[in-house]
Design a protein around this ligand. Structure first.
Ligand SMILES: Nc1ncnc2c1ncn2[C@@H]1O[C@H](COP(=O)(O)OP(=O)(O)OP(=O)(O)O)[C@@H](O)[C@H]1O
Ligand SMILES: [Mg+2]
Length: 350
């Protein structure tokens, strides 16, 4: 039970139909086109694990997260929550699922109701789900505030959001998210609106939730420099696909995909001896509408080869627990340094 997979995602696709103009329909005919926001994503998330999800704006991070929370319908593929199909959860036990999977918004200034005190805010999920009596709810809210580092809780319970700093508000939002003791938490850019000086505290808090409550966290961000400190593993997305997945240290110290290498090169490294020369990425992110004949990164890749233009690279092992989707690594497991008997399924490893 302790190591039971919380979320298991296999070949998940979330495509949005693109509305065609009348002229388009007449000129091109055929079936409609799709924006492939998520296009064949697989990974597992275990209790207490923090998986960082990185990638440029529009690559599908939030769409993936919303789908895992049951807020988008998958076009294809499978999502299992605690070993059971997500669609079954939503159809048969929606309340239990909603209690177990929570989302923290980016903006702590917008996400809290200005008319609710801290106590009412943190207690509200318990009220909505009809849990406990008033005394029990108040005790649970106070305990959770203390867990969120707002001590002594009794001083915070009667305050309103306008009386709190940005960091304190985000702590309230996090306390509210874990008051029901969820198994799965999505945080979408949780510190990007906060002052740099309070970010580290919020990241430490998320880590303590993972460690002490065993909650599995999907941590979404553009910012690899903070993500590397909080994540156990990092998945890098590019146009709907995971192009690299590995332990955070491996992504930082030995990125294997040219796109990850470019992202990492933009992360400041204090030690001048370890600074890298950023590889050049030309051009902008292509349109996600329609299907790519080959690698979606080919048009910007400094190492592009012929094969990249006509064959989509699969996400495959390039080292123990390290996977990349790049034709530069079309090698055997032995060549990739994976010894016999070592499990090399990057989706499952942590
Ligand atoms: N409901 C929707 N209908 C149509 N297209 C959508 C919908 N939601 C998202 N998209 C498109 O899917 C793609 C992925 O969007 P998404 O919001 O998941 O990206 P993101 O990685 O979270 O970006 P950001 O870093 O800016 O938050 C984008 O091209 C977006 O325009
Ligand atoms: Mg987003």
């Amino acid at each position: 039970m302790a190591d039971r997979v919380i979320i298991s995602v296999r070949d998940l696709r979330v495509w949005f139909p693109v509305r065609r103009t009348f002229v388009d329909a007449v000129l091109r005919g055929g079936s409609g086109r799709f924006l492939r926001a998520v296009d064949g994503v697989s990974f597992d998330l275990r209790p207490g694990e923090i998986l960082g999800l990185a990638g440029e704006s529009g690559c599908g991070k939030s769409t993936l997260a919303m789908t895992l929370l049951g807020l988008n319908r998958p076009t294809a593929g499978r999502v299992e929550f605690l070993g059971e199909d997500l669609t079954t959860w939503i159809a048969t036990k929606p309340d239990t699922f909603r209690r177990s999977a929570q989302l923290v918004f980016q903006d702590p200034y917008e996400s809290l109701n200005p008319r609710f005190t801290v106590g009412q805010t943190v207690e509200e999920p318990l009220v909505i789900h009809g849990l406990d009596d008033a005394t029990g709810r108040r005790r649970c809210a106070a305990e959770t505030l203390e867990l969120a580092g707002l001590t002594p809780a009794r001083q915070f319970l009667p305050l309103y959001p306008h009386q709190l700093s940005g960091g304190q508000r985000q702590r309230i939002a996090l306390a509210r998210a874990v008051v029901l003791r969820p198994r799965f938490l999505v945080t979408d850019e949780p510190v990007s609106m906060l002052d740099v000086s309070v970010r580290a505290g919020i990241l430490r808090l998320l880590k303590s939730f993972a460690r002490d409550l065993g909650v599995a966290i999907l941590y979404i961000s553009h910012d690899l420099s903070t993500m590397r400190h909080i994540s156990d593993r990092i998945a890098v997305m590019y146009l709907g696909r995971i192009v690299e997945l590995a332990a955070a240290d491996a992504i930082v110290s030995r990125p294997r995909h040219p796109y990850t290498q470019a992202l990492m090169a933009s992360v400041p490294i204090p030690d001048p001896a370890r600074r890298r020369v950023p590889p050049r990425i030309d051009g902008s992110i292509p349109s996600p509408i329609g299907e790519f004949a080959g690698c979606a990164f080919a048009s910007r890749c400094p190492h592009v080869m012929d094969v990249c233009r006509h064959t989509v690279p699969a996400l495959r092992p390039v080292g123990a627990g390290h996977a990349a989707a790049c034709h530069l690594h079309d090698v055997t497991p032995a060549e990739a340094g994976i010894s016999k008997g070592e499990t090399n399924d990057p989706v499952v490893q942590r």
